[in-house]
Design a protein around this ligand. Structure first.
Ligand code: GAL
Length: 689
């Protein structure tokens, strides 16, 4: 049976709405709905941080203002995404029950304030959340406008209170059963760290154990488990009382440093995703920055969309985005004309079934008063931002039939949160040059430029449906993962991996006795040494009669029965293998020994793309700054053609078609203006006969 959200026809357009900040201004509340109608907004997300309004005193509830929102949305056949308010608690609660406040790693209990900072273990907090969620579900569960639960907000962070420490000890004990096993797993003979009693187990901290890699890895997993446990408890009353209303929570992306944009690495979203009915995330790329081109920002944003798609390989929601600027950056730049439309269609192109904003009306005061919003402080409908939203809302209606459409993806990139934690934690080699995610993005970028769709999956997901599995820097390996990788290649899959692979086990201990045998079998090589290069130090690899520069890492390889495709030209490993290819079973495994430039990556994949016929069948010549992404539904393919550049671009397709946004026929060869978008519809080729 379809859930309420699946039954919605057309895309969700709207976002975070905070009438709770405007209760003394009925005139403004009235105006909000008129403006929402004008902007083609059909969805509001309410109550995200409204606990203090919903329960102003312990056990005293006020739902009148929220009833009003539901009434208004029902009057216009709109949708409500109702949040549970646990992302920020009322002041009375922290005062009466201080244990709901988090304790930091220095042992300091925080006072009330800010948000996203409750203790996940606190029984009283869990109880209070259950109570308010039950009331919300009872009151609104059958309301026609309710389509989705937005559980809490942007879960993150950790708590070190005595109760969390107790749970940590319990978690560790449950995982290892005996102190002996624990001491082995964390290699505690080092620096006399052996545990002689379970009570000695404390969380990692700068005041105590700050360099036990195995412990750090477990702590990350524990924090994920605690967060998911809290989430699972939060949704219990919702699941019980409203089984046909799906649940989500808004996941985050983070900019770790300039030029990097990636799903949050603090929580294992691969694990968390299993508790959600639909994935949603908050998308805030830095358009128009000074450190990269618009196409590069677009590529990184596409990567994040695709990773969130891949968690369930089903449509997701963009739960938040800004119609203009954010307020939390050093410099908060507004989107240039055309960028709102382009970046919003990009969300849909990669599998989102919504464009939702933070926020509908701009706050008058407090910390986010200058954050972009659909309705600005002037309350007018003739602002550039409002008109952008309005135009986009109207266009979104023209492509409503695409909602729920799927994707067809033959290439997967491997990303594991565990492995990434371990990779970044380990000492040795080059500390600033691990760059695991940047390396994945470099491979991804090549496919994005070719308009070939990629999933970004974890190693516990099914590989067998892909033709090409890209797994560079596959640092941590488990026996199960190795067996599945081996099977994938044996059965005909193509695998690409690189230096920094197969190095540690699931406890972040180095694999002894050389490279795991299954990897040697699959790749036909044996890594011997990993040379760390200094900044500015480069050597060379000869591949396909061309020479490419290496950076950061050169791995010395011994080829057993692999074919050598590239060799080092210099340093002490001159004339030894750098790039290899190996037939294994019905498949092929490539190994890239060194960190090489994007030009190499492009030349390297040229052959593989051809061999596997991965080319986008709709595109004649890919233009690297025009992205084409396709969604499929029923007998139709919908190609989103997006110009991520400041100049007009030539696009060459295999066939003529029709642009759903303008209703114009589009020739095979067209010019697309700065930031312009087309949505081309055609009968699916594989369904033509
Ligand atoms: C999100 C958050 C919203 C709002 C927004 C501003 O991370 O969920 O509540 O603060 O950022 O960009």
């Amino acid at each position: 049976m379809m859930n309420k959200l699946e039954m919605v026809k057309g895309f969700l357009h709207g976002g975070d709405y905070n009438p709770d900040q405007w209760l003394k201004r009925p005139d403004i509340l009235q105006q909000d709905y008129q403006l929402m109608d004008q902007a083609h907004i059909n969805t509001v997300t309410v109550g995200v941080f409204a606990w203090a309004r919903l329960e102003p005193q312990e056990g005293v509830y006020d739902f009148d203002w929220l009833d009003e929102v539901f009434d208004k949305m029902n009057q216009r056949n709109g949708h409500v995404i109702l949040a549970t308010p646990s992302g920020a608690r009322p002041r009375w609660m922290s005062q009466k029950y201080p244990e709901v406040n988090r304790v930091d790693s220095d042992g300091r209990r925080h006072t009330h304030g800010f948000r996203h900072n409750h203790c996940y273990s606190s029984p009283i907090y869990r109880e209070k959340v259950r109570e308010i969620n039950t009331r919300l579900a009872e009151r609104y569960g059958n309301n026609p406008a309710l389509v989705l639960w937005h559980v809490s907000n942007e879960y993150s962070g950790e708590c070190y209170c005595p109760l969390c420490q107790f749970n940590w000890r319990k978690w560790v004990k449950h995982k290892y059963q005996t102190l002996d096993a624990l001491n082995d797993a964390w290699c505690m003979s080092v620096w006399s760290g052996l545990y002689s009693d379970w009570s000695q187990i404390l969380p990692p901290s700068l005041l105590g154990d700050s360099k036990v890699h195995g412990m750090d890895l477990d702590w990350h997993q524990f924090v994920t488990d605690m967060t998911v446990d809290f989430f699972n408890q939060e949704i219990q009353p919702l699941k019980k009382l409203t089984p046909n209303i799906p649940v989500t929570t808004n996941f985050m992306a983070e900019s770790l440093k300039e030029g990097q944009y990636t799903p949050l690495t603090g929580l294992d979203y691969g694990k968390f995703a299993k508790s959600l009915d639909i994935i949603s995330w908050d998308s805030y790329p830095s358009w128009h920055n000074r450190y990269e081109t618009t196409a590069e920002t677009a590529m990184k944003t596409a990567y994040v969309h695709d990773q969130f798609w891949s968690l369930k390989q089903k449509p997701f929601l963009v739960m938040e985005s800004t119609p203009s600027c954010v307020n939390w950056g050093q410099y908060n730049k507004a989107k240039q004309p055309g960028m709102h439309r382009l970046s919003s269609f990009q969300q849909i192109a990669h599998g989102s079934d919504s464009t939702l904003y933070f926020q509908i009306r701009q706050a008058q005061g407090n910390s986010e008063k200058y954050h972009g919003a659909v309705i600005g402080h002037d309350g007018k409908s003739d602002s550039r931002v409002f008109k952008d939203v309005q135009q986009y809302g109207q266009e979104l209606q023209k492509i409503a039939e695409i909602k729920g459409a799927s994707k067809h993806v033959r290439v997967a990139i491997l990303f594991d949160w565990d492995s990434n934690w371990a990779l970044n934690r380990g000492g040795g080699f080059g500390r600033p040059t691990r760059l695991g995610i940047q390396t994945l993005q470099k491979h991804y970028a090549d496919f994005w430029k070719r308009d070939i769709a990629c999933d970004i999956i974890t190693s516990t997901m099914d590989f067998s449906k892909y033709d090409l599995l890209i797994a560079p820097m596959m640092y941590m390996v488990t026996p199960d993962m190795l067996a599945r990788i081996q099977r994938f290649v044996e059965h005909g899959g193509t695998l690409v991996s690189s230096y920094f692979s197969g190095m540690v086990d699931s406890n972040d201990r180095v694999n002894l006795g050389g490279w795991p045998q299954s990897l040697q079998d699959v790749f036909g090589v044996e890594p011997q040494e990993l040379d760390t290069l200094l900044p500015g130090e480069h050597y060379h690899v000869k591949f396909n009669q061309r020479e490419y520069e290496t950076t950061d890492y050169d791995q010395v390889l011994k080829a057993n029965d692999a074919q050598v495709l590239g060799i080092y030209s210099d340093n002490f490993y001159a004339k030894t293998p750098a790039i290899t290819k190996h037939q294994y079973g019905k498949g092929t495994a490539y190994y890239i020994g060194a960190r090489l430039s994007s030009t190499f990556i492009q030349d390297f994949y040229d052959g593989i793309v051809q061999d596997l016929h991965l080319e986008n069948q709709f595109v004649r010549h890919s233009n690297p700054v025009v992205s084409i992404q396709t969604r499929y539904k029923g007998a139709y393919a919908y190609h989103f053609v997006m110009n991520f550049s400041e100049t007009e671009q030539e696009v060459e397709m295999q066939r003529a078609s029709v642009d759903m946004l303008t209703n114009r026929s589009i020739a095979k060869q067209v010019r697309l203006g700065k930031y312009d978008v087309m949505v081309l519809k055609e009968k699916r080729r594989d369904m033509l006969d």
